[in-house]
Design a protein around this ligand. Structure first.
Ligand SMILES: Cc1cc2nc3c(=O)[nH]c(=O)nc-3n(C[C@H](O)[C@H](O)[C@H](O)COP(=O)(O)OP(=O)(O)OC[C@H]3O[C@@H](n4cnc5c(N)ncnc54)[C@H](O)[C@@H]3O)c2cc1C
Length: 442
């Protein structure tokens, strides 16, 4: 008798997980609270709803998100099948007709004989509706119902779950002008924990003025405009006074520029995102500025004139767990065996990444039920790099889009223009090996 899996949430991750399990003859029940209840961002009763943009970003295989799509297509992704069938012209981006897209995701799951769709809000991990199931996949997304979220928090502890996302931009290390920045921690010139971008008074004032006049993203109605004092957007600090930034996140105290032997007027600190130091975040630069304003304004910072942004800053409601602490490598809750997490709630960021996470979990669980143990894809691949982020050894865990900085650094030196090609070439070889050796096959 096939075992039975419950999936909470028929969004991008839940739909992908269901398809992978059902295709391998495993029975799945999806609990979806729409149309009885809608989160503040959802409006369409169909499964697989895109809550904001209608774009899955670049489809160029030389971009990390394009490569991730290539890997997902090779594993029969439902989300990409629906996206490809409802594609609308948008240059290199994969944009879709969102109504038709969600319609196809729903239809394909309704047709699957192993899938049952129940329209019901799950109120907690102890909801009696979950009792008959062998395992539960929690794929209720960043705006999961409040009662269910409280129940998850009982498993993760207060500090294992975040409700608010205040994220600072991340730049790739190889796009930072090393001639203009210096390594040092406050009071420790020998330390290489931080890269420091020194600003003189004019550069500081130019940056502040740009922050004051930068275009801000419109907040969704449900997003609170009030901010936590400890985590204010950089443009709000700029508004508070001429020197607020210079006494706050840009304070130069304890830092001496080795080129001048002096303390700069202000310093933007960049903190490494990973052990290999391939990516750095701009400390204290959480922001509500639009993406285009961020790119323009943050490139005014000395050393970041040609910065490549791996992630841009944002502030919005976003429920996600501290994955490295509360999840096992198999995305199972450490404190609640049999409950697995998928999608944005795990700490991946974005439509494609959420779907990819659900796809992997569905594939992995189908293998586990059938007595086969699948290895994670190698970290050289886009999917492997992304899933590895959920095990990152970091105190300040933050959601992350897929990017090449999540993969190990290249073994060879190469010009910037060739680096993407090399990442992709290495990833494709690793992916093929992984598939051929049967470690990703069922
Ligand atoms: C406002 C907002 C805008 C975003 N915009 C973008 C964007 O433009 N581009 C991008 O790439 N990413 C965006 N994201 C990030 C993210 O990629 C999406 O949220 C994505 O939909 C996450 O996929 P998911 O499957 O994890 O969750 P979702 O797609 O949200 O699916 C979760 C599903 O679970 C259901 N559900 C929730 N609670 C329960 C419950 N208790 N019982 C039963 N069902 C339940 C919901 O109704 C929903 O259908 C945005 C996020 C937010 C919050």
């Amino acid at each position: 008798m096939p075992q039975h899996t419950a999936i909470i949430g028929g969004g991008l991750a839940g739909s992908e997980a269901a398809r992978q399990l059902a295709d391998r003859n495993e029975r799945v029940t999806i609990f979806e609270m729409k149309p009885h209840r809608f989160s503040p961002a959802h409006t369409n009763p169909d499964l697989g709803e895109l809550v904001c943009s209608n774009s899955f970003r670049s489809d160029d295989p030389l971009s990390a998100v394009g490569l991730l799509k290539e890997e997902m297509r090779s594993l029969d992704s439902l989300i990409l099948e629906a996206a490809d069938r409802t594609r609308i012209p948008a240059g290199k981006a994969l944009a879709v007709d969102r109504e038709r897209f969600a319609g196809i995701v729903s239809e394909r799951l309704q047709e699957q004989r192993n899938v049952t769709i129940v329209r019901k809000e799950i109120l907690g991990l102890d909801d009696p509706a979950l009792t008959p199931f062998e395992r539960v996949v929690f794929a209720a997304g960043p705006l999961a119902g409040e009662s269910l979220t409280r129940s998850l928090q009982q498993q993760t502890g207060e500090d294992g779950l975040s409700f608010y996302d205040a994220i600072a931009p991340i730049v790739s290390a190889d796009s930072i002008d090393q001639e203009r920045v210096f390594w040092a921690s406050r009071y420790d010139p020998e330390s290489s924990d931080y890269l420091n971008c020194p600003l003189n008074k004019e550069e500081y004032e130019r940056l502040r003025q740009a922050l004051l006049h930068g275009k801000q993203a419109r907040a969704r109605d449900f997003e609170s405009q009030t901010h936590f004092e400890g985590c204010l957007p950089v443009e709000v600090l700029a508004e508070r006074g001429e020197m607020t930034l210079a006494f706050g996140p840009l304070k130069p105290v304890g830092l001496t520029d080795p080129r001048t032997g002096e303390r700069p007027f202000a310093v933007v600190q960049l903190r490494a995102e990973n052990k290999e130091k391939t990516m750095f975040n701009l400390v204290g630069f959480q922001t509500r500025l639009t993406h285009s304003a961020q790119k323009q304004i943050f490139r005014l910072i000395p050393g970041l004139e040609n910065a490549r942004f791996e992630r841009l800053g944002s502030m919005h409601r976003n429920t996600f767990v501290h994955a490295p602490r509360v999840l096992t490598h198999d995305l199972e809750l450490r404190k609640s065996p049999g409950v697995y997490l998928a999608g944005q709630i795990t700490g991946v960021e974005g439509y494609v990444e959420s779907a990819a996470c659900g796809l992997w979990l569905g594939l992995y669980l189908a293998g586990k039920i059938q007595g086969l143990s699948l290895d994670l894809p190698p970290r050289d691949t886009a999917l492997g790099g992304l899933l590895n982020h959920l095990q990152a050894d970091t105190k300040n865990f933050q959601p992350m889009n897929v990017n090449f900085g999540l993969c190990p650094p290249l073994e060879v030196r190469a010009k910037k223009s060739r680096r993407k090609e090399l990442y992709v070439h290495r990833a494709r070889q690793a992916w093929q090996r992984w598939r051929e050796e049967g470690r990703g096959n069922l």
